[in-house]
Design a protein around this ligand. Structure first.
Ligand code: F6R
Length: 608
């Protein structure tokens, strides 16, 4: 995830910004840079790779200044490189930006037509060119920012400097976190508290639409139309470790709670609701995966579970046959794959050795290669014809959470795209599905508000030796994912079965010591699942169910029942999996386990 720090005051800011960037490093990044106002101009140093590279650059080419900005970049538009690193400088300005400018292609063309030339592949660079376009010394720096941002669609946390205003930084926020830290004769802007905690305990959290003009001794906040707004400062007493986790006790819990925002990011610019269409990157659209005879999905672990769900949604909407394999199986079974097929690698890290080995097999045999990945320009995307980036930002907790739900969101978008291209769903059905997808983040927020109830259930369940997870249809992959989460971090045995398969064996396990987690919202297989539940109840099993809001009957017969909204069947998994992530988290935490770094597990499995 990109990180921002800005400083205006009387101290030399390079060291302050550099040490602020080091506090942002935990978020993951692939390049970094600093820009300062100096002697009527802007000085800039950037470096690809680790912060040490930037520090080495600064040692060779030192710079000084009292007003400056710094950034750690995690690539989303444009590969990781020095020219794509922030700050971006143009004319009298330099800016850093987190977020995504949705209309950057059209703005870029407009600016090129007006004679601008661009030095990077980023969406961010548009904003610094717009600043130059709208700037006049008489109207000032802040007015140029207002004008520029009126042209921009998307999400941003922006901090900018202008050589003509060396005692000023401008900060603006729209759907991407940004705060101001207040000092004595100095002020700061940052994307997160950790970057500035060494200097201040007083913070103003900007809200969407806010634009702040910050000098060493003043802060003026206005909305985009220039109307003043008031934001009260808050005191925060966190230590640095709490600040890095934004106050959450673990990265995993922070990442669980980030999911509504990350899914919003996955959707950004990709949903054309009115047209009932999905707007894919040109490279992906050009692959015409909907014309493939068959899709072959390959992945490991949690990404494999996303792939299984992908099979259900792609087959049901687009009527294309989909096979899903665990990578370590696919690679050694002499698989049937060829030029008529599209191979889809799903990998959060983009570095998983088994998945990459399968990709190479598919490439040798002439299949088209698409990847769904979270890390830009990692090994798997580089070896693919095109990549659908999930935009979950770096995942630090070893147990995957937000990577999974953004993979689901990506697969649903691909499914709707293929279905529309093949005419297997109507425009109206696509519109209604896209509207349902848009509602996912809001519903997720309301489910996350029940975290304490899940913790209370976890307290009662944590002594169990084993759990059984049941789900049908699209909830079967979610049952698998729930069981995997519990195993990974609580070290309690758990297995998942398709509900209808229970009577073929696992039913023998059921007694009053076995918690059975059943995902049973109202959908096309609800009635069938009900009979499976009766089978559990009849054998004295402890029933924990995930139900549709208002399902009193199921709630009554369950020891614990967690409700999801009454919604389109295809989006139910986004909600059921949240409860299962929370349950695993709370059980593991109550057991005192190292939730973020569970024993024996690595975040990126780069060996076979
Ligand atoms: C589970 C988990 C792993 C990964 C698997 C694949 O919480 O994180 O099962 O999903 O190792 O990793 P990627 O998606 O990076 O290929």
């Amino acid at each position: 995830m990109c990180g921002i720090i800005g400083y205006v005051g009387s101290r030399d800011c390079v060291q302050i910004i550099q040490s602020g960037l080091s506090k942002l490093a935990y978020r993951g990044y692939d390049s970094a840079g600093i820009a300062v106002c100096h002697e009527g101009d802007i000085d800039l140093r950037r470096a690809h790779g680790k912060l040490e590279n930037l520090v080495a650059r600064l040692a060779l080419e030192p710079m000084r200044g009292h007003t400056g900005i710094g950034h750690t970049r995690w690539a989303t538009h444009g590969r990781p490189s020095e020219s794509n690193a922030h700050p971006h400088r143009y004319g009298r300005f330099a800016i850093v930006h987190n977020g995504i400018i949705e209309n950057f292609l059209e703005l870029r063309q407009e600016l090129i037509d007006r004679g601008h030339t661009f030095a990077s592949e980023t969406d961010t660079e548009i904003v610094v060119h717009l600043l130059a376009e709208y700037y006049s010394p008489e109207r000032g720096f802040a007015a140029a920012m207002h004008d520029a941002l009126r042209r921009v669609r998307g999400s941003y946390a922006i901090v900018a400097i202008c050589a003509d205003f060396p005692d000023e930084i401008i900060a603006a926020r729209q759907q991407s976190p940004l705060l101001l830290a207040l000092g004595e004769g100095e002020n700061f802007a940052a994307s997160d508290i950790a970057a500035v905690l060494a200097h201040s305990r007083q913070f103003i959290f900007l809200e969407d639409g806010d634009i702040a003009r910050i000098t060493p001794s003043s802060i003026e906040i206005t909305d985009i139309s220039g109307k003043p707004v008031t934001r009260a400062p808050k005191s925060i007493e966190w230590d640095i470790s709490a600040a890095e986790k934004q106050g959450y006790p673990h990265y995993m819990l922070k990442e669980i709670f980030e999911q509504p925002q990350k899914i919003t990011d996955t959707f950004r610019g990709r949903i054309l609701e009115e047209e009932g269409l999905v707007n894919l990157d040109e490279q992906i659209a050009a692959m015409h995966i909907e014309q493939s005879k068959r899709l072959q999905i390959v992945a490991c672990g949690t990404s494999y579970h996303a792939g299984l769900l992908g099979k259900y949604v792609i087959e049901s909407l687009a009527r294309i046959p989909v096979d899903v394999d665990v990578a370590s199986e696919f690679r050694y079974r002499n698989p049937i794959i060829g030029p008529d097929d599209c191979f889809i690698a799903i990998s959060q890290s983009g570095e998983t050795a088994d998945t990459y080995a399968c990709l190479k097999i598919a490439r040798e045999r002439g299949a088209k290669i698409l990847s769904i990945c979270n890390v830009m320009d990692s090994t798997i995307p580089r070896a693919s014809d095109a990549t659908f980036y999930t935009r979950a930002d770096p995942e630090i907790g070893v147990a995957s959470t937000k990577a999974f739900t953004t993979q689901l969101a990506s697969l649903l978008l691909l499914a709707i795209h293929c279905a529309r291209a093949k005419n297997t769903i109507t425009k109206d059905r696509a519109k209604s599905l896209l509207a349902s997808l848009r509602s996912v983040p809001t519903h997720m927020e309301s489910i996350l508000a029940h975290s304490d109830q899940v913790r209370a259930a976890a307290q009662k369940l944590l002594r169990a030796n084993s759990f059984l997870y049941l789900g049908r249809n699209i909830h079967y992959p979610i049952a698998l994912e729930g069981a995997l989460k519990l195993k990974e971090i609580s070290y309690i045995h758990a297995e998942a079965y398709p509900s209808g398969e229970m009577k073929h064996g696992p039913i023998a396990l059921i007694d009053d010591r076995l918690p059975v987690i059943v995902i049973a919202p109202k959908n096309s297989t609800y009635e069938k699942t009900l009979s499976n539940l009766q089978e559990v109840k009849a054998r004295g099993g402890r029933l924990i169910s995930i139900v549709t809001e208002g399902d009193d009957m199921l709630t009554r017969v369950s020891e614990y029942a967690f409700a999801i909204p009454d919604c389109d069947e295809l989006i139910q998994p986004f909600f059921s999996v949240l409860y299962l992530q929370l349950l695993a988290y709370h059980i593991a935490d109550l057991l005192g386990n190292d939730v973020d770094q569970p024993r024996n597990l690595a975040k990126s499995v780069t060996v076979e």
